[in-house]
Design a protein around this ligand. Structure first.
Ligand code: SF4
Ligand code: SF4
Length: 172
């Protein structure tokens, strides 16, 4: 599975102060104010690409389950329209893992099986298969530190041809 971005665009309006894309009020310089769409979508920076960022910079240090859940929780915090996303992501990853999907990875499969007995969130989909929605606080904090360290190295990255990669899921 790819990360199920809903194209709400909230992350394009809450950029960190240090981002070269930030106009000063958190809004990206590439966000069209009229359409609220990304004007450089095909060439948007790596930091805007959930799946490419994972594959290129984080796959060796964070499980896909934890990465996706951190992303999904952030999306839910930024926009209420994404509140169901963490449970949906956990459900899809669990189904993918159970069907032998290649995208989850062996380490993640073990990680997820161990988590099947964890407490679940309030989303009905989570209860269907006992999907773990909450992350262990220590595991989440460690993964977040790694994620933020990588993201910090990309804050000065402009949009450009380096982003002409096949996968795309973040942004609007
Ligand atoms: S990645 Fe950004 S645009 Fe996509 S759902 Fe999350 S906040 Fe919205
Ligand atoms: S996806 Fe486009 S509009 Fe959104 S932050 Fe990235 S470059 Fe800016």
């Amino acid at each position: 599975m790819d990360f199920p971005c809903t194209s709400c665009g909230r992350c394009c309006r809450q950029l960190p102060a240090a981002s070269v894309l930030n106009l000063g009020d958190g809004v990206c310089r590439h966000l069209d104010p009229a359409s609220q769409r990304c004007t450089v979508y095909v060439q948007r920076p790596l930091v805007c690409r959930v799946d490419d960022l994972y594959r290129q910079r984080l796959a060796g240090s964070i499980s896909k389950r934890v990465y996706y859940l951190l992303q999904a929780h952030a999306c839910a915090e930024m926009d209420a329209r994404n509140l169901a996303m963490p449970a949906e992501v956990a459900l899809q990853l669990t189904l993918e893992m159970r069907s032998g999907g290649s995208g989850v990875g062996a380490g993640t499969a073990v990680d997820m099986e161990a988590g099947l007995t964890e407490a679940v969130g309030g989303h009905p989909a989570a209860h269907r298969v006992g999907v773990p929605v909450r992350l262990d606080p220590d595991e989440a904090a460690e993964a977040m530190n790694k994620l933020m360290a990588v993201a910090a190295t990309l804050l000065e990255e402009p949009a450009g041809p380096q982003a002409a990669l096949p996968s795309a899921s973040m942004g609007v």
